[in-house]
Design a protein around this ligand. Structure first.
Ligand code: ZN
Length: 102
């Protein structure tokens, strides 16, 4: 049986548009308990793909109010608040796996 991480890799390799954690959870029918582990899974996936032709790309989270881009995430997650305008309207990071070099 495919592990959850293998399913995420398969999903993100076949999608055209980058997906956020919620979309990944929905596509794979994950329980809320499993959905909490997605960012953790993605960290492991990024590391495990290092020695393969595939790369995990992330579209960084952005603030929907002022356009601030969260480029230096210490931890992979959806930030709760914008450091520039304090808005909580943050679009979550999105992910895609591709063999292309960008
Ligand atoms: Zn902002």
């Amino acid at each position: 049986m495919e592990s959850r991480r293998e399913k995420i890799i398969r999903l993100l390799s076949s999608t055209r548009e980058p997906l956020d954690a919620q979309q990944i959870a929905r596509e794979l029918g994950l329980s809320p308990r499993e959905a909490k582990l997605i960012y953790d899974d993605l960290m492991h996936i990024a590391r495990s793909l290092r020695n393969s032709p595939l790369t995990l790309y992330m579209v960084p989270p952005t603030c929907r109010s002022c356009g601030y881009v969260f480029r230096d995430l210490k931890r992979l997650r959806k930030p709760s608040k914008c450091p520039r305008c304090r808005s909580q309207r943050i679009s979550p990071p999105k992910f895609l796996i591709s063999a292309e070099r960008r």
